[in-house]
Design a protein around this ligand. Structure first.
Ligand SMILES: *[C@@H]1O[C@H](CO)[C@@H](O)[C@H](O)[C@H]1NC(C)=O
Length: 472
């Protein structure tokens, strides 16, 4: 951290300059550092110079202290040698609020046993800087680690949130990468640390970075699971504190993205209520139906940069089928199963106090049970799991759906009985009418036949008479 008052200085006694040994100290920019100098002097006459010219600080015989003007910050002294330490023969120089320009060779001069002596310290200031203070996802940007003065042959390593960062550009790790060039993305947000190793000694500096972008869903083509008939949220959350302009939602056509966008579902609402912050552009579907499945895209402009995120809505439902044996089969159906590793059926009941009791029944896509069981107490829920855990669930709503079904079937049953009864009645009446008609006809036929006999008899008599008449 830029303001951390921590000293990351490490001392090396390896480098020599002329006849004098040079200690090496790394310090993070803006931090505090102590440049060591063991003087063991009783005279208390000490001089600290930088780069063999400027006096940084000195104390003369009388105990008067002097500061170089560059080391006085608005009247406040950035350097000091604490008196209590001088007494103990420690002439170390304390520097506050290190700047990059402070780096260089410091020499501590004193007299000991009548001899002029010096101690040299090389101060190297490390600083992490970004090409843009507030990068937006998609922008090209770089992170730089600078060491002043630059050490020759030093190695540098980058860490992001305490884990080693390897640049996506996959550059040769053998060469020191003082600059990391990346396309900004939200996942680069965090604490960047540059670790410099020089002659076996280490120095480091850190700075925190916030990349603005869409933080939820974290990646494109994230799947969002919803159940038929339930409400669902399509997430679209920008970095906190950002105010995306021109926020928009689209439903994408399956396959090619060149086709014009599809219609958003009827129960879709993207207007954010006042309770939601401006950076939360999540949309809501009040009543998910099977046709709502597919790809959606949310977009917005942040810092002049167009940002968008694609996601896929996966709709789950339960299919119910009844076999002739009166067995009910419930099948868990999803419009996209590519992330599903397994299904689990659970039975949910509520005890009198309203506490939910969940019991796992079996693993598998289908559940076969007797009709009585399905329509009994509680709900049957299908949970679907992915490799990273639970993805979602869908509930088979027994009571309302079946009550409705039974209701409609029984009324249908009643009507059909009434209908068949009336048909029967009509038939009966028709039959009776027919019987009566037949009866009536038979009666008239009898009458006719009687008449016929009479006529017959009469004609016979006439024949006989005519015959006799012919004979005579
Ligand atoms: C189903 O999912 C909802 C929403 O995530 C959750 O509140 C509920 O507890 C889940 N039910 C079961 C039985 O897992």
């Amino acid at each position: 951290m830029l303001l951390a008052w921590l000293v990351f200085g490490l001392i090396s006694l390896s480098m020599t300059e002329g006849h004098r040994e040079v200690q090496e100290v790394f310090a993070e920019s803006s931090s505090q550092v102590v440049l060591p100098c063991v003087c063991n002097t009783s005279s208390h006459v000490v001089t600290w110079r930088k780069d063999n010219q400027d006096t940084v600080w000195r104390q003369d015989k009388s105990g008067m202290q002097f500061w170089g003007y560059r080391w006085l910050q608005r009247g406040a002294r950035r350097v000091r040698c604490p008196h209590s330490r001088l007494e103990r023969g420690d002439c170390s120089l304390h520097i506050n609020n290190i700047r990059e320009g402070d780096g260089g060779l410091f020499v501590c001069g004193f007299t000991s046993g009548g001899q002029s002596m010096t101690r040299s310290v090389m101060l190297r200031v490390i600083k992490v800087s970004f090409s843009s203070a507030a990068p937006v996802a998609g922008m090209k940007f770089s992170i730089r680690c600078s060491v002043t003065p630059e050490p020759l042959g030093a190695s540098v390593q980058w860490r992001l949130n305490n884990s080693t960062f390897v640049s996506a550009s996959g550059e040769n790790l053998e060469t020191a990468q003082w600059t990391v060039e990346e396309r900004a993305r939200v996942t680069l947000t965090g604490e960047w640390t540059c670790v410099v190793v020089h002659r076996g000694f280490e120095g480091r500096a850190s700075a925190s970075l916030t990349v603005k972008g869409i933080i939820l869903p974290p990646t494109d083509d994230t799947r969002v699971y919803a159940a038929v008939g339930c409400a669902a949220t399509l997430p679209c959350v920008f970095s906190p504190g950002s105010f995306p302009s021109k926020p928009s939602w689209r439903k994408l056509h399956p396959g090619s993205s060149s086709k014009p966008p599809g219609h958003l579902p009827p129960s879709f609402s993207s207007s954010s209520p006042a309770s939601k912050p401006a950076w939360d552009q999540s949309a809501r579907l009040e009543d998910v139906s099977l046709e709502d499945e597919g790809r959606y895209r949310c977009a917005g402009v942040v810092g002049g940069q167009s940002l968008s995120r694609r996601m896929q809505l996966v709709v789950a439902k339960i299919d119910r089928s009844i076999s002739w044996r009166k067995m009910v089969t419930l099948t868990c159906q999803l419009t996209d199963t590519s992330e599903v590793t397994h299904y689990e059926w659970v039975h949910v009941t509520y005890d009198p106090s309203g506490t939910r009791l969940v019991k796992s029944i079996q693993v598998g896509k289908t559940l076969e049970m007797s009709k009585v069981n399905v329509e009994g107490v509680g709900e049957w829920v299908c949970r679907f799991h992915g490799k990273d855990g639970l993805l979602g669930n869908v509930t088979h709503r027994v009571a309302p759906q079946n009550g409705h079904l039974t209701g409609s079937t029984s009324s249908l049953y009643n009507t059909s009985i009434a209908l068949s009864l009336s048909v029967l009645l009509v038939l009966l009446i028709l039959i009776l009418a027919q019987i009566y008609k037949n009866h009536q006809r038979r009666k008239s036929i009898f009458q006719f036949s009687a008449l016929e006999t009479i006529l017959h008899v009469k004609s016979n008599e006439r024949d006989k008479r005519e015959k006799s008449h012919v004979k005579t």
